[in-house]
Design a protein around this ligand. Structure first.
Ligand code: HEM
Length: 493
């Protein structure tokens, strides 16, 4: 009997939520994906582990702007440059929100983090403060170089110690990238032999799974699943508990450097006019350490996978490095402008893989118009960067990794205002553009150039090497290729 009453209450809550969240009449001219089932909408036919692929396929049939309904949520999906640019830049103010989601409301992440908070004055202030503390301009870039170079050296030693034997590059790359983030955020680094980096890696894996656009998103669509303690909810709880205990044990009382991001944020907690608490600092730290490590470490790992599949690209990169830098001194940021082929490879990497294929869901904070269609306030918008970066009507052979598409006939990099450069929006654009864009690009340059100067990379075991094609990768918030092993041959021996 109690079970029946409970089920009835859940049913009533569910219906009332669906009813509240379906303002279809306001944008009924936007094509709706069929078939739509009562209560479920399109959910029964939707593979949440491949959301980016499914949406891209649907855009072939329904056009660049369409809507889907997943249980109670009516979601507008934007799939081409024109609609995405309109939403993020031209109408950027109206589309700068984040939808309310069970997963982020659960631990107040929606009110304290950067990634999951809607467009509030507090969010704007936090973004500004983090930008200021990261200092990715002027002298700040010299200081980034100073933080990166010892870590790059340590990475080179670890790779050299493999002595030409097979190794899995993921852990080495993750640890190096994470230590640079820790130096920026706290002014400290963790040892490769302690347990801290492994704990962070596990937290990152769980957050990527649970906060991504994959199966974890079911919790937002059917929030009462948590009452049944389903697997997605358990992963969410485990991820948050691990993060909390890591913060308590390892971060909270760590002696920090004065010029670190966390120290700057903690200073804000002393101002009673700002709604910044220790929870805000913890959430912002979590955003930055996870988003700042996983994305860049994955990008480097994907590039290695591509270079093993395409040795001719590796040849050309190394020839450029030998000419511009030579083999004696370590590459530095000042070399970046003289290395157009490496720059083109990094741009092509960001386009080809589209590491965060669906960005982070946006939401309208007031009524707006996209492609002439009215979209009411409080509508969830998916930004399908993946579809835009592989749009066959613009990109020739979008599934081919071809850095030359970003070079002119003289081998120089295309200017930033060139149509092809403007259509790479791997970091998003506008009000919610990635906070780490400059950091990510400079760090990728420093790491990639340093390891390619020293080593020639080859597959360790060709039959088990994952495909380089990103359509085969698994979807979380970030796309991941399978794990693989490589061999590194020293170029100086
Ligand atoms: C290859 C590296 C990276 C890629 C491809 C990437 C991509 C993205 C994308 C697509 C978004 C969502 C934008 C949107 O919602 O429209 C985002 C947001 C964000 N990224 Fe990155 N990112 C990278 C590196 C970093 C780094 C190094 C940091 C750390 C400083 C970082 C911190 C953030 C934060 C805090 C947000 C949320 C911004 C907001 O909601 O206002 N990312 N990133």
């Amino acid at each position: 009997m109690i079970m029946l009453i409970l089920l009835f209450v859940i049913f009533v809550i569910y219906i009332s939520k669906i009813w509240k969240r379906s303002p279809t009449s306001d944008f009924s001219r936007i094509p709706a994906v069929k078939p739509r089932w009562p209560l479920f909408g399109n959910a029964l036919f939707f593979d949440l582990t491949k959301t980016h692929l499914v949406l891209t396929e649907l855009s072939q049939k329904y056009g660049p702007v369409f809507r889907i309904k997943l249980y109670g949520d009516e979601i507008v999906v934007l799939n081409d440059y024109k609609s995405i640019y309109t939403a993020l830049v031209a109408n950027g103010n109206e589309v700068a929100g984040r939808p309310s989601m069970y997963r982020t409301e659960h631990a107040d992440r929606n009110r304290n983090s950067i990634v999951w908070q809607t467009y509030t004055p507090k969010l704007k202030m936090l973004r500004k403060e983090v930008h200021k503390s990261l200092r990715m301009f002027g002298d700040g870039l010299n200081s980034l170089e100073d933080k990166c170079l010892p870590e790059v050296e340590a990475l080179i030693v670890r790779i050299r110690d493999t002595d030409g034997h097979p190794f899995d590059p993921w852990d080495y790359i993750y640890d190096t990238t994470c230590n640079v983030m820790l130096l920026l955020l706290l002014g400290v680094r963790f040892s490769y032999t302690g347990d801290e980096l492994n704990r962070l890696k596990e937290i990152s894996r769980l957050f990527n799974h649970t906060f991504g656009s994959g199966s974890g998103s079911r919790l937002d669509m059917i929030p009462w699943l948590h009452i049944l303690r389903n697997q997605d909810f358990s992963v969410l709880k485990t991820a948050l508990n691990l993060r909390n205990s890591f913060w308590e044990d390892k971060i909270k009382d760590l002696p920090r450097k004065n010029d670190s991001v966390v120290t700057d944020l903690l200073r804000l907690t002393e101002d009673p006019d700002l709604d910044v608490t220790e929870t805000t600092v913890k959430e912002t730290f979590t955003n930055l350490i996870l988003a700042g490590t996983d994305t860049t470490a994955t990008a480097m790992t994907c590039l290695l996978l591509i270079l093993i599949h395409l040795p001719e690209v590796q040849d050309r990169l190394q020839a450029e490095l030998d000419t511009v830098v030579g083999r004696e001194r370590t590459p530095c940021l000042a070399d970046r402008a003289a290395m157009p082929y490496l720059e083109a490879c990094l741009l092509e990497l960001l386009r080809y893989i589209s590491h965060v294929p669906l960005a982070v869901p946006h939401s309208t904070i007031s009524d707006t118009f996209i492609e002439g269609q009215k979209i009411t306030a409080d509508t969830t918008i998916y930004i399908n960067l993946w579809a835009m970066h592989h749009d066959e009507s613009f990109w020739n052979d979008p599934w081919v990794f071809r850095p030359e598409r970003f070079l002119d006939k003289h081998g120089s990099i295309l200017p930033p205002q060139h149509e092809r450069r403007r259509r790479v929006l791997a970091f998003g654009a506008g009000r919610r553009v990635c906070i780490g864009e400059v950091l990510a690009k400079n760090r990728l340059f420093l790491f990639v150039s340093a390891i390619l100067q020293k080593f020639r990379f080859e597959a360790a075991d060709i039959p088990s090497l994952p495909d380089m094609d990103p359509r085969t990768y698994s979807l979380g918030l970030v796309l991941h290729p399978g794990r693989f092993r490589i061999k590194a041959k020293r170029r100086d021996s």
